[in-house]
Design a protein around this ligand. Structure first.
Ligand SMILES: [Zn+2]
Length: 224
C-alpha cells in the first residue's frame, strides 16, 4: 500500500476534527495537531522541545524552522511510516515550502491536502448556536440539539453558557484570520495538484465517504 501523507485544512466548525478522527480510525495513521505535538515536545524535554520552550517562555512565536523540525521529527517516527494526518501546519507559504523540502529529504511526498470547506454563514450558525453547561461541559446547540429546558442542562440542570470562542464576533474574527492564512495555501497546493475540496456542510458520514473515495483513487493512481 502506498503511504497516506495528508494535510487537513478547513475553517473552525466545518467538521475537520471529526474527519481527522475518522481518518485515523479508517487508516490507522497518527494525527498530528501542531499545538499538541509542540506541547508534547516541550514536555518530553527533547532538544527541539527545549529550543521551542525558550521562545514560548519569552512570549515569542516559535520560528517556522523549529516547528517544522518538530513536525518532521514526528513524521519520521515508525508510527507514521504508513502515513499521517497533519493539522494546523503549515499555516504560511514559507512553512509549506519548508515542509515540502523536509518531507522530500525523508524520501516521501504529500498524498493530498484535504480542504473541508463551509460557507462563513454556516460556520457562524454552527458555532454561535453552541452552548455548554457550566458544571460538566455538556454540549448543546440552539438549533440542532436544544435542551429540554431552555438555558439549562438536561443531564445535571446547570446553566448553559456560550463560550467566548463561540460568540458571533469572535467566530467572525476567527474566520477572517482563517481566510487570510488559508487562501494562499489553497492556491499553493492547488497549483501542485494536491488540493482536494470537500463540502463540510454535508453530514459527517457523507464527507467521510467522499474523502475515502478520493483517497482510494489517489492510491490507485500512485500504484499504477
Ligand atoms: Zn451538563
Amino acid at each position: 500500500m502506498s503511504e497516506l501523507n495528508l494535510i487537513l485544512l478547513g475553517p473552525p466548525g466545518a467538521g475537520k476534527g471529526t474527519q481527522a478522527e475518522r481518518l485515523v480510525a479508517d487508516f490507522d495513521v497518527p494525527y498530528y495537531a501542531t499545538g499538541d505535538i509542540l506541547r508534547a515536545a516541550v514536555k518530553e524535554e527533547s532538544e527541539l522541545g527545549t529550543e521551542a520552550k525558550e521562545y514560548m517562555d519569552r512570549g515569542d512565536l516559535v520560528p517556522d524552522d523549529v516547528i517544522c523540525r518538530v513536525v518532521v521529527e514526528r513524521i519520521d517516527r515508525p508510527e507514521a511510516r504508513d502515513g499521517f494526518v497533519l493539522d494546523g501546519f503549515p499555516r504560511t507559504i514559507p512553512q509549506a515550502e519548508e515542509l515540502a523540502t523536509a518531507i522530500e529529504r525523508l524520501g516521501r511526498h504529500l498524498t493530498a491536502v484535504l480542504l473541508i470547506a463551509a460557507p462563513d454563514e454556516e460556520v457562524i450558525r454552527r458555532l454561535s448556536g453552541r452552548r455548554v453547561c457550566k458544571e460538566n461541559g455538556h454540549v448543546y446547540h440552539l438549533d440542532f440539539d436544544p435542551p429540554k429546558n431552555e438555558g439549562f442542562c438536561d443531564q445535571d440542570g446547570s446553566p448553559l453558557i456560550q463560550r467566548d470562542d463561540d460568540k458571533e464576533e469572535t467566530v467572525k474574527h476567527r474566520l477572517d484570520v482563517f481566510h487570510d492564512q488559508t487562501k494562499p495555501l489553497v492556491d499553493f497546493y492547488e497549483k501542485q495538484g494536491l488540493l482536494r475540496r470537500f463540502d463540510g456542510t454535508r453530514a459527517p458520514d457523507e464527507v467521510n465517504g467522499h474523502i475515502r473515495a478520493t483517497l482510494a483513487t489517489l492510491r490507485l493512481e500512485e500504484e499504477l
